[in-house]
Ligand binder design. Sequence first.
Ligand SMILES: Cc1cc2nc3c(=O)[nH]c(=O)nc-3n(C[C@H](O)[C@H](O)[C@H](O)COP(=O)(O)O)c2cc1C
Length: 175
Amino acid sequence: MHILLGITGGIAAYKSADLANALTKRGHAVDAVMTKNAAEFITPLTISTLTKRRVYTDSFERVTDFDVEHIGLAKAAELVLIAPATANFIGKVAAGIADDLLTTVVMAAHKKPAVICPAMNTAMYENPIVRDNIAKLAKLGYRFVEPREALLACGDLGRGALADMETILGFIESL
Ligand SMILES: Cc1cc2nc3c(=O)[nH]c(=O)nc-3n(C[C@H](O)[C@H](O)[C@H](O)COP(=O)(O)O)c2cc1C
């Protein structure tokens, strides 16, 4: 399957390397799109080495072929997987904002099945704004893999840790 893997700028972005690796080894073609902030947490080089494909970022150099790129990526994708998904990313998609490559691809790929795996601090996840955004997207057909309860990187104990890789992979296989 051709999977568009969106990686956003949360601490769990380091786990997207394992996910990219596992998906590739299972025979999927993985086109990874990283937000500018995701690249603060994990390098595109790591992801591209694991997917054996080009990684798309929001770098300024790409602006020249941006139009072709975001539509091409959206058309090629058979499944859109966002892991981890920040509160910011979820909010932008729910509001119809497409101000970087990833949100633009997601906007263009709205007819494709999309799985969003949120990961954030518990208070952020429980924020009514985030709850509303998730409810709105779920109503529109976006699927969510709920975060786990865990001791989070910030030191808080609660729901917000990215779902286990096996849970995410199992969810995808079930689609
Ligand atoms: C160290 C650090 C860890 C962060 N972890 C998260 C996180 O797990 N989840 C989240 O929603 N935001 C997290 N943020 C905030 C996001 O990086 C911020 O909202 C950013 O604008 C997200 O950009 P993006 O959605 O375009 O990738 C973190 C920020 C920092 C500095």
